[in-house]
Structures are given as C-alpha cells and as structure tokens.
Design a protein. Structure first.
Lengths: 410, 614
C-alpha cells in the first residue's frame, strides 16, 4: 500500500535520498567498487519491506525458553532449574514457552511467530565475542571486517544511500559495519543533537563534514560528520511527533524508536537493535533473572508487532530475534547454565508463516554435553536477505549456498 | 596567566591542509613498517606533537616545543623513562569510610542476603530485629547501602584516576595503565567492590611499562579478576571455564591458538583459586591435583604453570605486541611486522618499555599512515582536551562519569571482558554530536543548571523519598505506580490505608524502602567530588603567542587543538565568525572582551571531525 504522500514533499525526499549519494565512496574517491557490487546492482529489493534484527546478547538459554517438557531428559539434566510443565505456556505436546512469555505465545497462536529449532553452526565457539561476531558477520570461525547486514546493504544499495541502515545503540554494531554505508546510529533521540549557541549555528552548519580527507580515518570522520547534521533533525522530529497507545514494556531496548522512524517514513530498510551487555549470560542463580529477561523481551517485541500493525505497515515488517549461542544441557552447580551451542531463533511478523522449523536437537545425543545444531543460522539469513528482502545473490553475500526456510508466507 | 612564548607563527597556518601537508606531518609512505629510528634531521614540531599525543594525552604548545627541541632519542626517553620524573604532586586515592569487615563475603543477591539473615540471625553485620514490623528491614537496608556505596566510591576512584591523567608529568604511565585496563578488562558493576578495582589499578600502575609476565600473573591472581571471571565457581569436579577461556582468548593468545580441550584442562588447573577479600587464596580442597595436558604438555599443572606455558608460546608475545602496536600506532598491522614486534617483546623477556621505545622512535610511527589516523577514545579525548588547554586538574564540572557514559567509555566499567573496541566504533553521528556537546560543557560550563549526579538516586527512589518525607507510611509510600500511568501520589485513601497496615504486618522487609535508606546512608558517607569548572584563559594564550589579528588567533587555536588539518574554507568560516563577534580584525582593539568569542571558535574546532583524530 504505497502512497506518494509517504515521502512527504520534495524537500524531504531530497534530504532523505538524494542529498548524500555515496557518502563514503564520494568523499575520498579512492575506494573502488568491487565487481561484486556491479553484479548485485541488478537485484531490486522489494520496495517497502523492512528487516528488523534483535540481538539478545549473552547466550540465551534456549532450553528454558522453548522448553521441551515432553522430554524427560530435560528434567533429568535440570533437577533444580528445569521448569515444570504446569508452569509453561504449552504450544503442543512437546514444547512450551516459559510462563512470562505471554506476548510470544499470543504471536505463535496467531501464526505470526516462527520458531527455528537448534540454530547454530559447525565448530561452535563458546566465547561471547567470537560467537556473536560470527553471527554478526555470517562468517563462523573466520575473521571478517564487515557485518552481514552491512554487506547486504552494500549489495542491495550499491550507491550507499543515507539512512539505509539504522542501529539503535550507543555504538555501531559489527553486524551493520559496511564499506559503502554509514549506518545511522543513535540511542536516545532527545540527545541526538548538538547544542550550540545562536552565534555558532550558521558556522556549525557550514563546516560540518567539509574538507578533503588525507586518509581513511579522516574520510570516515568527514562522512559521519556530514550525515550527522541532517540525520539529527530527522530523528528528533520523528521522535517528537511519535505517539502510540501501545505499552512497550518495562525494558525498552529500542523497538519503540524503530516504530517512530517507521511512522515517520524513514527510507530505512534494515534496523538493528540489541538487548545489550550480555544480559542473557545466566551463569549463576538463573531462574528469576531469565524469567524477567523474557518478560521484558516478549513484551517489547509483541508490542512492536502490534504497533507496526497499527501504523498500517504490518505486512512490510519482519523481525528476527537471536542469541549468539544457547547454553549447556545440564545445569551447573550455581543454579545457572554455562555457555553452550545451538538454540532457538525467532522470526516474527505478519508476513511470517508461523510455526516450527528445523528439528529440535536431541537432548541425549550430545557433543561434550552440548546440543548438536540442526539448522545453520545462515539459512535464516538467506531467508531474510533473499526471500524477504528480495536480494538474489545471497550465495555471494553469505559466502556459501544456504537453502532458505519456507517461513515467509507468500 | 600568560603562556611562555612559543616559536612564531609560520606564514602558512600549520593545521590547514595544503601543498605542504606531507612535509609538515606524516613522513613518507616508505617509512611504513620501518622500525629503524627516525633521524634527528627528520624531527619536527608536528612529530613531537604526534609523539606526545600518542605516548601521552597531548599537551600545550610549550610542552610540545620542549620535546621538539630535544633529539628524538631524548624526547622518547623523556616519555618512556618516566621513573626518574617526579610525581609527588599526585596524591593517593583518599577513601571514603564506607567499608568494614562485616561486608566481607557480600551476598550475591538480595535474596541471598535475606536467606542468610533468616538462617543465621544476621548478615553483613546487621541482626534481625527480635520482634516488631519488618524484622529483616535493617539487613535489606545494609545490602542496598553497600551496593550504592561501592558504585559511588568507584566513580570517585575513576575521577581520581582521570585527574592523575590530567595532572601527571608521566603521561605514558597513565596511558599504559589505561591500555592495561582495557586489556585486562574488569568492571565494578559485577565485582561490587571498589577496593578490588583500586587494587587492580595499582597493579596496572606498577607494571605499566614493566614485565608483562609479572603483570599477567598478578592480574590473574588478583581479586578483581578472580571475582569478575567467576573463579570461585571453578572447583574440582565442576570446572567453570569462564576464567580459563578469557585468559587465553583475550589476555594472551587470541582465538585459534588453543583448543576447547586446552580450555577445559586449564580450567582444571585454575580450580581452587579464590579471592579471599583482597588477597589471593588457594583452596586446596577445591583444587584439581590431577595431571593435565595443556598445549601439548602434560603435568600436574596449577594456574601459574598454565600461565608460564602460555607465555612460552610465540603467539603470546605477538598477540600482546600487536595489541600495543594497534593502540599506539595504527590498526593496520602486517603479519610480518607483528612477528618482529613479538620477537622484540620476547627477546626482552616480556619487558614492555623496550618495545615502546622502539615503536616511538621508529620511522613507521611517524610515517603518513600512522599520522593523524587514530580516532581518540572518549577518555583520551577528555584528558587531552584539558591538557591542551593547560588545565592542571580534572574539573568536577562537567561530571566525568556522565560525560564518559555519554561518549561510551566508563572507567572501571568496560562493557565486557573484551574491553573497548577501538577506532571507528567510538564514532557514530550521534556520538560525534555528543563530543561536540562535551566541548561546549568545558568551554561554557553550565554551572547554573549543574546538579551532582552522585546525589541523584533515580526516579524510583526519589519518589519514595518524597512520600516518606510527606509522612506516608512505608507500605503506602512504596506502592508501585502502574507502568503506563505517570507519577502522582498513588491515591491511597481511607480503606487503602488499612490494606497498607495489613501489608506492613505481613512483609518482613520492603525492598523499595531499603533501596532508599541504603542510598541515603551511602551518599551521606561517600566524600563528595569537588565541583568546580576548568580555569583557563584562551585570550592570554592567543595574545601570548603573538597573535595580532583574528586570523592569527584562529591559527593559534587550530595549531593548539588539532592534529589533523582543516581546509581553507573551514578556516575562513572560523575567521569570519571571530571577526564578526569581535567587531574588528584587530585583537588589540578587542582585547578586553576577547575570551568568549575565542571560546566560540574553540567550540567549533573541538566539534570538528578533525579534533577526534590524533
């Protein structure tokens, strides 16, 4: 349901789209366009479609999130922190969400939530940084400078339009790091403004980002400076105008800000938000903490889906929630769990064919006490970048052939 | 207070881009990767400034001139061989009187605290009330007291340390301490004891440019690291691998140089390592005495043995040397050069000073790729801003904690054990704006609106405080507001007060109330940070340097503040602004009201992308 009024006037459209062109490529003129970009230029992303990626940092305990209550091995492995069946929100005879996940249960029952079981990769890393970096770069066990979303943006939008990627955070995530795009990164929309005196205002605008870069660092700084001045105005306006009756829950880790930008018709196609600081790293006395984390997470995401529908963009938005690894099957001696391997990921939204995908990993056929993954996470990425966002060269993007999952409803 | 005279202003403004850029700053690109020392003939003001900015936190034109007047060897020695430089003007951290021995073995959670009190009759030195309402309240109050007190005291510690960075005559000592803090990253948020942070900080100071071997062992056995990486959870029969993993992945070798098996074996060797308040202790009962096979060697290794084996690996010296290089020189490091640097570190038995000396003297360090290419982290930005302005002590306004949180680097609280990602990740459009706002707060401190953030317990606690002061009973005062509604007094009337009494009788303690009381006690006992703004005089600096016109003044500020040039257009905008503000080109005519207009120019310069670089 695309209407031209969405762009709101020529001046605004210019600001949003045409004004910057290729911020990074243009500034120094030195960065060559790789042949990869030229090939990818043919790929036309489906207009209006938006991808929102939610990172749950710390290694979410999948087994206490999507609980395999139908399997005795679960209770044998977790005599103290295992969640009893009567305290679960049962989805079928085998699995249930833990009790605080009312939002997710509602979404699942409405057919808007896909659970992908046993997501992981070969030779899994048990390190937060390494494993999260692998998820963020789609390059497990390899070094990689740029994020998978940054590369996806470069492939789908070779000209590097401003505000193509938004990252709600205080610093730029590796996931969105890109050669050709400077993601718009902000945390607090109110604070996203330089306060200056009246006497300086004109000068500030005149000198922002002006100059010739002598090296890459200067090039980077100048392009960020250029984008800051204009983005600031747009973000503040979007946030100031935004009103919603939807309650985003007790911990708002960014989806309400995403909704504000969607409501303001930002041209952004990729949003990245995170529940930060390894919040899900529940080594010690996990039960209360984990339950609370999922209250917040489930409420916040469910609110977002509701709000986006209210804005009339329900069919344009798909959200993915993931964590860098699951946790060990057996509880530890501190009533917590240690770093593990595979875990569930969630793909959510009106365009999603809800249900369960992939195979639940066995709780007894383990590798050193850890689950053996059954779905490579890059299959989800192939689904999101390919089927959903319409990018055809996913093999190039993901450096391999990963079959998409049929979780986008046609 | 006039600045001593500096070399006369050059005809071409030094920090404006133009045909002379190559000569003025970075050396030829052929110098890249060349570790041979820079010749005296190639020494210059700009290179001395570069050295001071990288090996320290920058300085005034006078300080730079002094370094430039020496030979390169002497200049580098002045920074590296700092043990001969006096530091009596720096005082030790003055503790507030907040800790006492009854806070040892502090409970891991409020639940644990009340459980302990119920079981034994007391916790943290506080007894349960024999009779009456809320018998456990004093215990809960005590719990929250310590949580708040250690947080506030940590902020004081961070302020003290940053003050050292500003005031020290040994800038490399503090810069290396900052580096080690980012390397052996631990955060008080998890450790919950400022004393452990203070102790660890002392380790970093002591071993700043000394033996990495000794530093590694001392830090690994230090209570801060033991607490941070759950060492106490690592016991015979049930090893917790957190500690072993991070030691290898982040502190010594890096991913890919050991196996998961090595981690598990190392974890066994580290079992029984306990932080016994502020001392290391080996709990023999919890220590796994068996044979371990680690990195190809087998033996009944303990943790120190593991560290020694790690240090024997070639990759360790290269990993550490490489990280030091990336912090001080540039991010792009070839494998060949990294191997050479690792060899230097290894050949000096992990003494860091010789490596630093080599780096700071090297042509590579002064080559164009290393020049003006480093994006300053927030702490470096804050400290170098004050040092460049000749400010001698860290001001209390703006508040260091608030600024550093805003900019993304809180001392003593890195986001994770990996420390802080360097380089571009310090910068986003929003953060660039925030840096400009910091500059504004330094140049135009808003003392009128300043409130001490350490006196602010947050909205929840404030609400309870207001209600208690208004005479409300505890249960009523601490009723939760419904989430979507705003503040207000909650509308407790008549019959609800009866309910409140029932609650009072039933509850053993009230957490919200405990939070308030704990806060009040903590903030009463923690020494306040002195709140004064920075004192400096831009007019005196500029006039003292011989500036006659607005153009001269702008040039002086550009030279003083920037390590990367702005283009002629930008300079023109600044000069135009200054002339408009002054109402004249001639500084002599405007001398009596010069300060504020100069500060406007300085703000613009400090908001520039170039100011973030060194």
């Amino acid at each position: 349901m695309r209407s031209s009024s969405r762009l709101g006037g020529i001046a605004r459209r210019d600001l949003l789209r045409a004004g910057f062109g290729s911020l990074v490529l243009g500034a120094s003129g030195n960065l060559e366009r790789s042949p990869f970009f030229a090939e990818a230029a043919a790929a036309e992303p489906q207009d209006g479609r938006i991808l929102v990626v939610v990172e749950l940092s710390g290694g979410n305990d999948g087994l206490n999130t999507v609980v395999p209550y139908g399997d005795d091995a679960y209770y044998r492995a977790r005599p103290r922190i295992g969640i009893k069946p009567e305290r679960l929100r049962k989805l079928d005879q085998h699995i249930g969400f833990q009790s605080t996940m009312s939002g997710f249960e509602r979404l699942y029952k409405d057919g808007r939530l896909a659970i992908v079981h046993g997501v992981g990769y070969d030779q899994p890393s048990f390190s937060h940084f390494a494993s999260m970096a692998y998820w963020q770069t789609a390059a497990p066990n390899r070094g990689e400078l740029y994020g998978w979303l940054g590369r996806a943006a470069d492939a789908m939008d070779p000209e590097g339009h401003a505000n193509y990627i938004v990252n709600i955070d205080t610093q730029q995530s590796l996931a969105v790091r890109s050669r050709g795009h400077v993601p718009l990164v902000f945390d607090d929309p109110q604070k996203f403004t330089r306060t200056g005196f009246a006497e300086e205002a004109a000068a500030l605008k005149l000198i922002a980002g002006r100059g010739q870069a002598e090296n890459e660092a200067q090039d980077f700084m100048l392009s960020v400076s250029r984008s800051a001045l204009d983005a600031e105005q747009l973000v503040r306006d979007a946030w100031a105008k935004y009103r919603t009756p939807v309650d985003y829950g007790l911990v708002r880790f960014g989806l309400e800000r995403v909704a504000a930008l969607i409501a303001a018709d930002f041209p952004t196609k990729i949003y990245y938000v995170a529940y930060r600081n390894n919040a899900f790293d529940t080594h010690v006395y996990q039960s209360d903490v984990h339950a609370r984390l999922w209250t917040y997470t489930s409420d916040h995401i469910a609110a977002f889906v509701k709000d986006v529908a209210r804005l009339g963009r329900g069919k344009d938005v798909v959200l993915m929630a993931f964590s860098e690894f699951g946790r060990r099957v057996k509880e530890n001696t501190s009533r917590g769990t240690d770093h593990g391997t595979a875990g569930p990921a969630f793909v959510i939204g009106e365009p999603v064919a809800g249900g369960q995908y992939g195979k639940m990993p066995s709780l007894t056929d383990l590798e050193d006490g850890n689950l053996k993954y059954t779905t490579d996470y890059r299959r989800i990425y192939a689904t999101l970048a390919g089927t959903w966002m319409g990018h055809r060269e996913t093999e190039s993007l993901l450096r391999g052939n990963f079959e998409p999952l049929p979780l986008i409803a046609v | 207070m006039a600045e001593p005279t500096v070399p006369p202003l050059s005809p071409t403004p030094i920090n404006v881009a133009g045909p002379d850029t190559a000569r003025r700053g970075g050396g030829p690109s052929q110098w890249a990767d060349d570790l041979s020392p820079i010749a005296a003939a190639d020494w210059s003001i700009e290179r001395a400034a570069h050295l001071l900015e990288r090996a320290g936190f920058g300085g005034t034109p006078d300080e730079i001139a002094r370094l430039a007047a020496m030979t390169p060897q002497a200049a580098v020695a002045a920074l590296v061989d700092y043990h001969t430089i006096a530091d009596e003007h720096l005082t030790a951290f003055e503790r507030s009187d907040v800790w006492d021995p009854s806070l040892r073995d502090f409970p891991v959670s409020r639940v644990a605290a009340t459980e302990r009190a119920e079981k034994t009759g007391e916790a943290m030195g506080v007894r349960i009330k024999p009779t009456g309402e809320r018998r456990l309240q004093p215990v809960v109050d005590r719990f929250f007291y310590w949580l708040r007190a250690t947080v506030l005291e940590t902020r004081r510690l961070a302020h003290w340390w940053a003050d050292r960075m500003v005031a020290t005559h040994r800038p490399l000592e503090e810069k290396m301490t900052l580096f080690w803090h980012g390397h052996f990253a631990t955060g008080e948020e998890k450790i919950r004891d400022y004393r452990k942070m203070e102790q660890q900080l002392a380790l970093f100071h002591r071993h700043a440019t000394g033996s990495f071997r000794e530093l590694l062992v001392d830090v690994a056995r230090g209570p801060a690291m033991l607490a941070y990486l759950d060492a106490a959870q690592n016991v015979k029969g049930a090893p917790n691998e957190n500690f072993a993993r991070e030691v290898m992945e982040l502190f010594t070798m890096g991913v890919g140089n050991y196996t998961e098996h090595d981690i598990r074996e190392a974890a066994r060797a580290f079992t029984g390592w306990i932080d016994n308040d502020l001392a290391f202790k080996l709990d023999a009962d919890k220590h796994d005495e068996g044979q371990k096979t680690f990195l190809g060697r087998t033996g009944n290794f303990d943790g120190v043995d593991i560290l020694a084996i790690i240090l024997d690996q070639k990759v360790t010296a290269e990993f550490i040397a490489g990280k030091i290089y990336r912090f001080f020189v540039r991010e792009d490091l070839s494998a060949a050069l990294q191997a050479k640097l690792g060899a230097i570190l290894r050949d000096n038995n992990y003494q860091v000073a010789p490596l630093l000396r080599t780096l700071f003297l090297s042509r590579d360090f002064y080559s164009a790729p290393s020049f003006g290419t480093r994006i300053k982290g927030p702490i470096e930005l804050i400290v170098s801003t004050y040092r460049k302005l000749g400010v001698k002590r860290l001001p209390g306004i703006p508040d260091l904690h608030l600024v550093s949180r805003e900019l993304g680097q809180i001392l003593l609280n890195p986001p994770t054990v990996a420390g802080w990602a360097q380089g571009r990740s310090w910068i986003t459009p929003g953060l660039l704006l925030a840096r400009g706002n910091f500059a504004r707060d330094v140049l135009f401190p808003d003392i009128i609106n300043f409130t001490d953030p350490n006196f602010n317990p947050g909205r929840e606690v404030k609400r309870v405080n207001d209600r208690i002061l208004a005479g409300m009973e505890i249960s009523v005062a601490t009723i939760e507001d419904t989430p979507s509604e705003g503040g207000g007094m909650g509308g407790m009337e008549g019959g609800d007060k009866t309910m409140a009494n029932v609650i009072a009788g039933a509850e053993d303690f009230n957490t919200r109330y405990g939070s308030l009381i704990g806060w009040q006690e903590a903030v009463r006992r923690v020494k306040p940070i002195p709140r004064a703004a920075a004192q400096f005089d831009l007019a005196a600096m500029v006039l003292g340097a011989g500036a006659k016109t607005a153009g001269d003044a702008v040039d002086h500020l550009l030279t003083r503040l920037l390590r990367a040039p702005v283009d002629a257009e930008v300079r023109k905008v600044l000069v135009d602004l200054l002339e408009r503000q002054l109402g004249t080109r001639e500084l002599a005519l405007a001398a009596t009201y010069l300060e504020r207009p100069l500060r406007l120019v300085a703000h613009l310069i400090m908001s520039s992308p170039q100011f973030q670089l060194c």
